[in-house]
Design a protein around this ligand. Structure first.
Ligand SMILES: Cc1ncc(COP(=O)(O)O)c(C=O)c1O
Length: 394
């Protein structure tokens, strides 16, 4: 039988194919995996084909270089799948992410796009061969220059804060980025000390309106005009969405078309264009299997919660698509449920509502889908509830 510690043994339902890039135990279906599972913890599922297909969408459609924002899901299986799909550049934020990439994809090009880094991180990154650094103020620019010994080969990226409120479900504008005036000054200060200079921005995660990108490109154009500074690259950040209940975005090609059009209109065609998707590369390609430990009315107590992979379901009230898995039939009638996680505090509540068959009972497994980004990546071991089990379903 399958259990996390002996998962490399060939067992019924388990296809022992560890030569695939992701290196995970492989099952033909979630039902096969559950039939073979003896553990007590939730199971993280990756669908490598969906991750490959998302990578292909970007590699064929995004009008520039695609770099994967590792924070969305740093599981080595995800990194290896993306590498095997042709993604060659990765956005890292910390020493551990740098070391992880060096270990899993040693030939990858790394971008340290966190706008605020420790001096030790900057030194570590430069020694590891990283030349791409983001900054959003003079003090951070100074840190980069000092800690790289005033290196002559830096590609610096000025992170902008965006003036307009966009359509992103998860705004990222409260913390980082230079405002208009400051950006003008910083571009002038950074030009002479950069081998290459670029600007970068983030329209916010799960951006629902492709026009946000075109509006931002026009803002960048005005800013560069004012600064009268030549730049080499433009990084459009992340924000590319995934479908969730109540949050159905336009097709990805609309986002690419708007960016392409914006580049053409404002005359950025000679710049190196970069995109930093996280969610869009791995969100649809992962899910969590959580078991029902108890049912009280329409409340389901699960072995997974807000301190596990359901952080956004609890704290941002996101409704993920859900499916019931049971060995046998379930009711055709449905109910709206609320989920409770396994820890003792009331924050560990996922309000949903989650739409499932009316006869959900103890022992059923619920697959919480489209959780490949910012799911497993956010899981803690609080209260001893955690899972080491990740499988691939092909
Ligand atoms: C610098 C940077 N790049 C890229 C991303 C990825 O964003 P998303 O997952 O919305 O594509 C983030 C997310 O926080 C980020 O901070």
């Amino acid at each position: 039988m399958f259990n996390p510690h002996t998962s490399r043994l060939a067992q019924p339902g388990l296809i022992p194919d560890f030569d695939r890039p992701h290196g995970l135990p492989v099952f033909g279906s979630v039902q096969d995996a559950l039939a073979a599972y003896e553990g007590d913890d939730p199971i993280y599922v990756l669908y490598p084909k969906l991750i490959e297909s998302a990578a292909e969408t970007f590699l064929n459609g995004f009008p520039g270089k695609t770099i994967y924002a590792v924070k969305a899901n740093p599981h080595p299986a995800v990194l290896r799948t993306l590498w095997a799909s042709g993604i060659r550049a990765f956005d890292v934020a910390s020493v551990r992410e740098i070391d992880l990439l060096k270990a899993t994809c040693p030939d990858a090009e790394l971008f340290l796009m966190h706008p605020v880094k420790s001096r030790q991180t900057i030194r570590h990154a430069y020694a590891a061969g990283i030349r791409h650094f983001a900054f959003d103020c003079a003090a951070e620019l100074g840190k980069i220059l000092v800690e790289t010994g005033d290196a002559a080969d830096l590609h610096l990226h000025l992170r902008l804060s965006l003036p307009q409120t966009g359509s992103a479900t998860m705004p990222l504008d409260g913390k980082y980025g230079a405002g208009y005036r400051e950006a003008v000054e910083l571009l002038r200060a950074a030009r002479p000390v950069s081998q290459k200079l670029g600007v970068c921005f983030h329209v916010g995660s799960q951006c629902m309106d492709p026009a946000d990108y075109i509006r931002t490109l026009s803002y960048v154009h005005g800013l560069l005009d004012e600064a009268d500074i030549r730049i080499d690259s433009l990084d459009c950040g992340g924000g590319f969405p995934v479908a969730y209940p109540g949050l159905t975005p336009p097709p990805m090609q609309d986002y690419f078309a708007r960016i392409r059009k914006g580049i053409e209109i404002v005359g950025f065609s000679d710049l190196e264009i970069i995109g930093e998707p996280g969610r869009a590369l791995c969100g649809a390609g992962g899910s969590t299997l959580a078991r029902v430990e108890l049912r009280k009315g329409k409340d389901l107590y699960l072995n997974e919660g807000s301190y596990g992979s359901l952080f956004d379901a609890a704290n941002c009230a996101w409704k993920y698509p859900v499916k019931l898995h049971r060995d046998g039939k379930s009711s055709e009638k449905t109910e709206d449920y609320r989920f409770f996680g396994p820890t003792c505090d009331s924050l560990d509540t996922m309000a949903g509502p989650f739409h499932l068959p009316s006869d959900v009972r103890e022992g059923d497994w619920i697959e919480i889908c489209h959780l490949g980004a910012y799911g497993q990546a956010l899981a803690t071991g609080f209260n001893g509830f955690q899972s080491e089990t990740t499988i691939a379903v092909v």
